[in-house]
Design a protein. Sequence first.
Length: 275
Amino acid sequence: MSAIDPLGHLKGRKGAFRIALIPPEVLDALNDGLIETVNLNEFLALELPRLARSVAGHIGLDAQSERLADTIAMLGALKPMQRHGHIARALYDLAALHDERDAVAHRLATHASDVARCWAAQWVTLSGLPLAAQLESVRRFAADPHFGVREIAWMAVRDAVNASLDEALVLLQPWVRDADPNIRRFASELTRPRGVWCAQIEVLKAEPWRALPLIEPLRADTSRYVQNSVANWLNDASKSQPEWVDKLCARWLAESDAAETRYIAKRALRTLSRQ
């Protein structure tokens, strides 16, 4: 007889449209790190001290350690996303002292909580690894089934890519031909000239054509997820190099009479069309 998942009935839920309407059973499971968030309201409702201690215990770290307690004590003085970065750092430091650090890292990277996996993705930033190794490490998070983890994945290596752009543009070329649309979208989103909630890539704002080896193969991508990212990439570029983006879209439309390309071009030119 197969085991029955006691939380199975919660996993297909639709998220509440207000924090106050989240059922207590769901909140408890979220804060105990037993299920994933399904919308922003659930994410914002998390009790981070409780979740951090739960996850620490799950992955074999001391949930009552002074290092973690000190971090939890300072969370209230930080902005929301900074809180997650500090928790990730505390867990990283505790894991560095553990005899089975790799096993701890694996448990965090495969944790049931999407937020815990976000913390694992942030470990890549802290690793100090060369860019190629950082990309290899972050790939599992770029392909994660949860949208939130995928967003943290590209943000985790954004600064490293910005610092070694030429190398990154070469390393990412196989990614845009990957069978997984999440991986293709990662390569596009990671290198957006302006991006969201991240440092801008000044080189690509000035010379977006340097990234053509990445965006050209995606001009008729079948995934709407990828299409939106490519369109946003070009829209970013249009704010500093409008003529280049206009000519590129015209060429794509002339060479690729596909609905996917038309969709990308229309969204890419949305800022220019309003001028």
